[in-house]
Ligand binder design. Structure first.
Ligand code: XMP
Length: 507
């Protein structure tokens, strides 16, 4: 496997995903982490960083156990750090070194650039630049503006590149990574969904033996894939619990439950809608709603788990982006994700051990593993849906009637997207019930009814998002269908805000 040392670049996870695309397993650790064992790795990649090597605060990793001993590739900051450290010179750059550039020189017969020609487009993003290479370094590529775009240390498999091979705009980026990892470092390409399933099922069997495991299914991709893997390993010793909090999509509970049963999962559906709605009555504050839902979910889940005699483990669908150690102690997904009840883990009163079969996978890998397990593609392609469900799409307080209205509106919108073949072009979509009435006219009657907003966004990870340019005709049809079909709604609007500055959910 491959080690990626993170210096805080926004692209570090992208490097890992690209490496995994080559069917090579890799792990990310902060450059100063003590939690990895070098002997386990066949090659090392140094990430970029927002820091400058010329500053005091810059990361200063000790590479003495790596350089010259393992194939090593420094990207951007990683390359500058090596240049700076091994006798070269790094300075603030005079020209803009952001965005597209083209290689104007590529050393011929250099296996690192095999199949990459002059003119190849690369992506630059740095404000420092390597002015002088170390003495024992050889220049292997340049762009028009950046002479020292890539170098190699002589008699070593140590490379530095100032552009980013991991971003899509570096057209030959994957080829370069493949040249380095497969041809030069000779890393095996054995990380495939099938091999993951096989080895994980084996490991789970050994780890769990005849123990009983409880898992909360949500209808989402992660928990479904986790359950299927576990069920393959331990069969009916996996006890799945699927809770209806009354805030799911229309008919979702019944449909998904029967789908789960059809997949052979040992699953119990628990309809706790009345309990959730009662506890939520009159709560209008978004965070208040989230807290109530999180607490009640844990209570319901715990009651159910207690019914399983002698259960030893709690399984969770945690994925890699949730567990990657972050370079900054305060920021990063690992810090923020903890407030979400569905990954927060173990309530104190349940003394269960945790098993997380997906915790080394990126989201796209979870889907590929799901496909290799034979899970229905429609289930795998579902949009994300927030744990608190429709509660955070009903602005203000929640009543059974409002839930009903929103479920109807949402179903028309989502089914429409599917019928029009738009569903898979959208990352997430839903409807929001606004806490205002507006005046309308139906026939000769004046109406004073609810406004709903439709939201559809494109995104890769939910961190940033943009609204989708849905066809006017589709919006027109959907709006008609909603206003004519859902009693209590007389106006439909479409949300055209990007994130940032707006968020995807309205609460
Ligand atoms: P925002 O609204 O923050 O949403 O742009 C980003 C993504 O997170 C989902 N989301 C949640 N998921 N519990 C969840 O499980 C929550 O409390 C929650 N709030 C937002 C949202 O649906 C979007 O995919």
């Amino acid at each position: 496997k491959v080690l990626i040392l993170d210096f805080g670049s926004q692209y570090t996870q992208l490097i890992a995903r690209r490496v995994r695309e080559l069917n090579i397993f890799c792990e990310i650790f902060p450059f100063n982490s003590k939690n990895f064992e070098l002997t386990n790795y066949k090659a090392v990649i140094l990430s970029g960083s927002p820091s400058s090597v010329r500053t005091e605060e810059a990361p200063k990793p000790d590479l003495s156990k790596i350089k010259g001993k393992l194939p090593l590739l420094g990207v951007c900051f990683g390359a500058q750090y090596m240049a700076h450290n091994y006798g070269g010179k790094v300075a603030a750059s005079n020209t803009r070194e952001y965005g597209r550039a083209n290689l104007s020189f590529v050393k011929s017969n250099e296996s690192f650039f095999e199949g990459v020609n002059e003119g190849s487009q690369v992506w630059m993003s740095h404000s420092d630049t390597i002015v002088d290479l170390p003495e024992n370094a050889e220049l292997i590529a340049s762009t028009h503006d950046v002479k020292n775009a890539a170098f190699k240390l002589t008699n070593e498999t140590t490379f530095g590149i100032q552009f980013h091979p991991e971003v899509y705009h570096s057209k030959d980026g994957l080829k370069i990574l493949s040249n380095f990892l497969v041809n030069i470092a000779k890393v095996k390409q054995d990380w495939t969904p099938d091999s993951f399933v096989e080895s994980t099922v084996q490991k789970l069997k050994e780890q769990l033996g005849n123990d009983k495991v409880v898992l909360g299914l949500s209808g989402g991709v992660d928990s479904t894939v986790a359950a299927t893997l576990l069920s393959k390993a331990i069969g009916d010793n996996l006890y799945c619990i699927f809770v209806n909090n009354g805030l799911l999509r229309k008919n979702e509970f019944e449909n998904v439950l029967s789908q789960y049963k059809g997949m052979g999962l040992n699953v119990k559906g628990v309809d706790a809608s009345a309990r959730f709605l009662k506890e939520l009555a009159e709560e209008a504050d978004p965070e208040g709603k989230r807290k109530i839902i999180g607490r009640v979910f844990i209570e319901v889940f715990d009651d159910e788990a207690h019914l399983i005699e002698d259960v030893k483990w709690l399984a969770q669908g945690t994925i890699y982006p949730d567990v990657i150690e972050s370079v900054s102690a305060t920021g990063g997904p690992s810090a923020t994700i903890k407030s979400h009840h569905n990954v927060g883990g173990l309530p104190d009163f349940m003394k269960l051990k945790i098993v997380e079969p997906l915790k080394m996978l990126f989201k796209d890998e979870v889907r590929r593993v799901g496909a290799s397990l034979g899970i229905d593609s429609e289930l795998l392609g579902r949009h994300p849906f927030p744990g608190p469900g429709l509660a955070i799409r009903i602005l203000g307080d929640i009543t059974a009637e409002k839930v009903r209205i929103l479920q109807e509106v949402d179903a028309i919108f989502i089914n429409g997207l599917k019928e029009w073949g738009l569903y898979n072009d959208v990352w997430q979509a839903g409807a929001i019930l606004l806490p205002v009435n507006s005046v309308g006219v139906m026939g000769d009657e004046r109406t004073y009814e609810k406004v709903v907003a439709l939201r559809a966004v494109e995104s890769t990870d939910g961190m940033t998002a943009d609204w989708v340019n849905l066809p006017y005709e589709f919006l027109q049809k959907t709006s008609n269908q909603i206003i004519n079909g859902v009693k209590g709604v007389n106006r439909v609007v479409y949300d055209i805000s990007s994130k940032p500055p707006a968020t995807i959910e309205w609460e």
